[in-house]
Design a protein around this ligand. Sequence first.
Ligand SMILES: Cc1cc2nc3c(=O)[nH]c(=O)nc-3n(C[C@H](O)[C@H](O)[C@H](O)COP(=O)(O)OP(=O)(O)OC[C@H]3O[C@@H](n4cnc5c(N)ncnc54)[C@H](O)[C@@H]3O)c2cc1C
Length: 422
Amino acid sequence: MAAGSPPRRIVVVGASLCGLSAAQALREEGFSGEIVLVGDEPERPYDRPPLSKQVLRGRCGPDTTLPCRPDLDLRFRLGTAAAGLDPRARRVVLADGGTIAYDRVLIATGTRARPWPGDPGSGPLHTLRTRRDAERLGARLADRPRRVVVVGGGFIGCEAAASIRAMGLDVTQVVRETVPLVQALGDAVGAMVAEVARGAGVDLLTDRGIDGIEAAGGETAVVRLDEGRRIETGCVLVALGAVRNVEWLAGAGLAVSDAGVRVDAECRALTPDGRVVPDVFAAGDVAQWPSAVYGGARLAVEHWGNAVAQGRVAARNMAAAGGPLARHDHLPDFWSHLYGLTVKLVGVPDGADRFAVVQGTLRERRFVGIYGAGERTVAAVSVDSARWLPAYRAAIAEGAPFPPFTGALDQPGFAPHPLATA
Ligand SMILES: Cc1cc2nc3c(=O)[nH]c(=O)nc-3n(C[C@H](O)[C@H](O)[C@H](O)COP(=O)(O)OP(=O)(O)OC[C@H]3O[C@@H](n4cnc5c(N)ncnc54)[C@H](O)[C@@H]3O)c2cc1C
């Protein structure tokens, strides 16, 4: 393909949320060439957020296939992993030995669940990332194991603990930190979530490590805590975060690390010394991009909204034949449903040193809180109170001070307190 000429075949590696939104956006941009989606999972792109919420509770089946317009004319290569990328020859190498030539390629391989060390992926240990994970876990929960142990205090661990408890099963959640969600939302909101979890009957053990998990025959296991206690269980859900799917890019000459594939604001992959790799783009959970909102700091988030937005920007730029490229200036946001509460976050609280509730109260479990770093407001969280969040979103995007609006506070006085996030 000559420089500046329109692409004829675009290959998207990773057939999930980001890949599908990019494919859809390519057609909206008027791209009429071939779009090939390569995915190692056998299913058409499906939605993951319901897996730890509605699916786990049995409120809907595990088929959460994403809507896809029938006229997109997409070619799927499903059940086929990409094993390599050769940017010089412009081709994707497949694990089955085949290759696919591209004019432009989008890396959208996302993340996978971090397994328990040494876990073969069977027996009493479970993770929750894929539809198959949800099916296997759901089948086990349907047998009503005596006690379920959830390991980890991040969003997926907390959502799953809430869903499993709502099914009437006994749940022990083991969290290494002082409160759940402390890294994502800080200690004040984490403490509220801990209170709600305990109120719902979850045996929440904080500040506790795990020395080992021993298989005890069939589906049973013993979880050994570092304090010496042993918990017998019929099901362990390991929710220790995610690992970015980047191994297949070894040797491709891209800047790749545990934090993902480094891209510029236009979603173009970079070399380790910061040069653009021609015709290679990355987006979604696997990408790490410089955020204009946060002074160029590199962000790598695992958020539904970012996967859609960044996939769309990448698509626009992949379809372009010359001219200015679009920038990914997205302000990250996230939502979660826990114990009947709707939690929404805008912005990135990493590095925040102060937190203040500005509307409602933690006690009522209905509030808006803001996070400050230095002089700036960097993020806002709402619990069952999202009405004002768009205003905070706009203020954060503009780099507003902390707090952004004094007149809007419904507290007796503005009372920020130091924030712990570990
Ligand atoms: C249980 C659960 C609940 C969630 N809840 C929320 C929520 O409430 N709110 C929120 O904002 N976000 C939530 N998320 C996160 C959200 O689902 C992700 O941000 C989103 O799925 C990212 O999309 P993606 O396409 O970038 O990556 P992924 O969805 O990870 O898709 C990547 C795809 O690429 C495939 N792949 C990997 N390697 C290869 C390879 N070498 N070759 C071919 N294919 C490959 C993967 O198998 C996968 O199908 C949740 C995630 C999970 C797992």
